[in-house]
Design a protein around this ligand. Sequence first.
Ligand code: TRP
Length: 468
Amino acid sequence: MSKDDLKQIKPEVKRETFSTGMAVFFATLGSAVGLGNIWKFPYMTGMNGGGAFIIVYLIFVLLIGIPIMLSEFYLGRKTRSNVLGVFDKLKASKFWKIIGYFGLLSAMFIMFFYSTVAGWVYSYVFKALRGDFASLATMGIDEARKASEAQFVQASSTGIAPMIWQFIAVAVVAVILIGGVKKGIERVTKTLMPVLLVLIAICAIRALTLDGAKAGVDFLVKADFSKLTTSSILAAMGLAFFKLSLGMGTMVTYGSYFNKENNLIGTSVKVALSDTAVSLLAGFAVFPVVFTFNLAPEGGPGLLFSTIPLVFSLIPFGNILLISFFFLTAIAATTAMISMVEVPVAILKEEFKLDRKKAVLISTFVMFVVGVLTSHPHSVFGSAKIMGKSFFDFFDYMSSNIFLPVGGLLIAIFVGYFVKKSDILEEFNNEGTIQNGSSVKLFLLVLKTITPVMLIIVFLNAVGILKI
Ligand code: TRP
């Protein structure tokens, strides 16, 4: 019997991988780009005073984000495993599995509120189709602002509609995920992402010709560091983790689906830069509108929903563009959620030996049932507070500012100090087929020193132990 025959009798259990380099890039970007860019980045920038916050954010992307993304890619592709399995494969101490459990918790916490916001986005597609925003075009500035804000209040807090939209958002994720990684994730991401980009660009271009454009642009590019507080620095760090889908094993899981020719360093730099470009573009679409229509920059989570209908009301065929904008945002939110849910799914499947369908259904069921706490402001839970925050804010705060950074810190320490340098070099050089030696050295240096030190300082500062 020849070797090939033997292989056929005992086929290796093969994991699916993404097919081409482009598919890897778009799938990874599909995880990174989501509500974080379009919804969270603008409103957090608004709440934290503008330009200075953005600069701090960029520093974190560069010195914490990219090194941790590379570490996650390394763990995933090297072991072809989920976040728990990684440490068995590397024969590391059981202690490190805590990273996987933190990841599981983060995935849950993020989904609890993310699915609510995704639900708002879906409901906006429906509202735009129904023509709810048609009258904005005929109103004066103050009247239009009030009407737009009222639409958001109505969409986010009336009756059980927000819960139903949240359910739909989670159900769509479940259906796609049952279809599997390659078919599900790849197909959606590589076709539709570029279209969303064009729509945000249209929005930004129109916004930049408004009366308030100068004030909006100034808000984004003029850095007033006196507006920064320790909590806004922590928030900027949390946002960098949240934005780049780091600290909980999403990029480990995705890395495990990368093909072996992929240049990990190139992919991570491209993903981080493109993701940041999308966030900034969204900022340029939102803030000129804020200043033209006298909205409050620090208005919070409703900011996107009150501003975007206003820009499109000023563009010919704006309603069609508005429908497309929210439709594509819903898709971006969906691909991001897919990458979150894939973390518990991969764990349930590979560690607990469930079939894919069961793993997806169990994960999404928990996400919806607990997530409902965040979607219904007037429900019995509405005024409930946990550690002084609403459920929505609590899940958001805990995941971005604590779980993800702690997970990220442990990942940085593990890869920086507990993996052999030669193994890392080999993986980043694709077993010698490419030469990334000096970039890898730089990466390791930052990963071992600046990344963990910065992370710890931001933490200690935020809890008040250290005062800088
Ligand atoms: N990065 C996504 C966004 O900006 C959200 C996201 C997807 C995420 N997967 C994640 C955040 C994993 C943290 C961890 O919308």
